[in-house]
Write a protein of this length. Sequence first.
Length: 80
Amino acid sequence: MCDYRDQQIPQGLKELFNYMHYSWLDNVTERCFGILKLRFIILKSMLSYALKRQKYIPLPCCAIHNFIKMEIQDDSLFNM
């Protein structure tokens, strides 16, 4: 398996497919975290909390975000 973070050139069709998929997935993941950080400011300042407490913060933020997304069809943050 090839790790594309070190900018290797994909060799063959299978690696090219994996590279394109990886690039798309990486973009979607970054966008999701960006939306969560815009909605929940606490995610930007997690370092001020103890590690034992940090692990409990993202999951409720995701649950609340999903609830908002289900209830409000025209969510401005999600549509940005």
